[in-house]
Write a protein that binds this ligand. Structure first.
Ligand code: NAD
Ligand code: UFG
Length: 367
């Protein structure tokens, strides 16, 4: 079955890092994405950038996934045929300090979205899960059949969401669910117009490296030099965000045409150490990145990378971009946007929605 060019896909959290890149990839593939975001961790200026990038008006609604009535209105108004659910909070350390924020937004947000979908005709959903559900794996590469052993409230929320989706699929076979377990997304769109825009001190390696290279931070701390890995530093499966975005396009296509649910890893299948990232980045940027070794970071595992054979079999997708591509594109984004997205015009909330997230609101009349 071929899909109509106008197939509309709702992207909750579509203004965020992965959502904005997926928006661009969906437009390239001929879909009509609609962004729903409360901008709690994104900047409205990304919308102007997406318009510049795609040459199309960016269809967006400001609101919270916790407002099921609002989400239902949006689904019906745009006749969405599938949802990609990116909206969520994602800082592992913060989830240990503030677990209720994570259970409420991530688990509560999914339940709210699914309730909204139940009131519409839309039964296809792609869910942003994470390799963190595997915990510390007994061996690598990690296959989807490996046991899940979440080690933080954040990871626990992702597994709980997967379980909720599985229960729904078991109760009603009309539901089609694509669970994507991302490994480590890095990089930016090659245009340099959109990229990762962390608030405050970055938690993750690549944005920290780019901020050191651009002079915003003095030096990188490499957490641990005594892991049982070839050079003693942590090994991860870094994946270009545009490959990840294209993985979502493949997932939507698979759900809408083959009507089967799946759970797959999205990674490159290749483990890369912190020191290897550093030297690739120095090569790509021509900048030196000062670093010092520091103690291991609590909760980090020595190494993990994906077995990607199932993604290839189910989605016909595999990552094609190299570590050098990831570094070059991260650097271009950072260099041309040293402060991330500039201040831009704010997006007013929908009528009927109050501005504070988590506050109950009347369903908005979507005009
Ligand atoms: P992000 O923070 O850049 O994007 C999330 C977006 O969701 C933001 O724009 C935020 O404003 C929005 N949002 C949050 N709560 C919302 C709510 N209640 N209602 C409406 N909008 C809301 O994060 P990202 O890196 O793009 O991650 C997207 C998803 O992928 C998340 O679910 C995350 O847990 C998951 N994930 C990310 C990574 C990673 O390394 N970036 C790895 C594995 C999984
Ligand atoms: N690292 C440093 N210094 C830093 C930051 C990170 O040495 O300043 C090291 C870490 O110790 C680790 C590697 O770089 O060895 C990667 O760390 P990240 O924080 O970039 O990524 P993680 O693998 O810890 O976790 C990320 C996301 C999680 C997600 C997981 C799998 O933060 O939310 O990838 O997708 F679940």
């Amino acid at each position: 079955m071929t899909l109509e060019k106008t197939t509309t896909i709702l992207l909750t959290g579509g203004a965020g890092y992965i959502g904005s890149h997926t928006f661009a990839a969906l437009i390239d593939a001929g879909y009509q994405p609609v962004i729903l975001d409360n901008f709690s961790n994104s900047h409205p200026a990304v919308l102007d950038r997406l318009q510049q990038l795609t040459g199309q008006r960016v269809v967006r609604e400001r609101g919270d996934v916790l407002h099921a009535g609002f989400v239902a209105e949006v689904l019906r108004h745009y006749a969405c045929e599938a949802v990609i659910h990116f909206a969520g909070v994602k800082a592992v350390g913060e989830s240990v300090q503030q677990p209720l924020k994570y259970y409420s937004n991530n688990v509560g947000g999914l339940v709210s979205l699914l309730q909204a979908m139940e009131t519409s005709a839309c039964r296809s959903v792609v869910f942003s899960s994470s390799a963190t559900v595997y915990g510390d794996p007994a061996s690598v590469p990690i296959h989807e059949q490996f046991p899940c052993a979440p080690e933080s409230p954040y990871a626990q929320t992702k597994l709980m969401c997967e379980d909720i989706l599985a229960s729904l699929g078991a109760a009603d076979p009309a539901w089609r669910v694509g669970v994507l377990r991302y490994f480590n997304p890095v990089g930016a769109h090659p245009s340099g117009l959109i990229g990762e825009n962390p608030r405050g001190t970055p938690n993750n390696l690549m944005p920290y490296v780019t901020q050191v290279a651009v002079g915003k931070r003095a030096r990188l701390q490499v957490f641990g030099d005594d892991y049982l890995t070839p050079d003693g530093t942590g090994v991860r499966d870094y994946l270009h965000v545009m490959d990840l975005a294209e993985g979502h396009v493949a997932a939507v296509q698979a759900l809408l045409t083959r009507h089967q649910s799946f759970t797959v890893n999205l990674g490159t299948g290749k483990g890369v150490s912190v020191l290897e990232v550093l030297s690739a980045f120095e090569r790509a940027s021509g900048r030196r990145v000062p670093f010092e070794f520091a103690p291991r970071r609590a909760g980090d595992v020595a190494q993990y990378y994906a077995d990607v054979s199932l993604a290839e079999a189910v989605l016909g997708w595999r990552a094609t971009r190299t570590l050098d591509d990831m570094c070059r594109d991260s650097w271009r984004w950072q260099q041309t946007n040293p402060e991330g997205y500039e201040a831009g015009p704010d997006i007013p909330p929908r009528p009927g929605l109050r501005s504070r997230p988590n506050e109950p609101a009347q369903p908005a009349a979507v005009a």
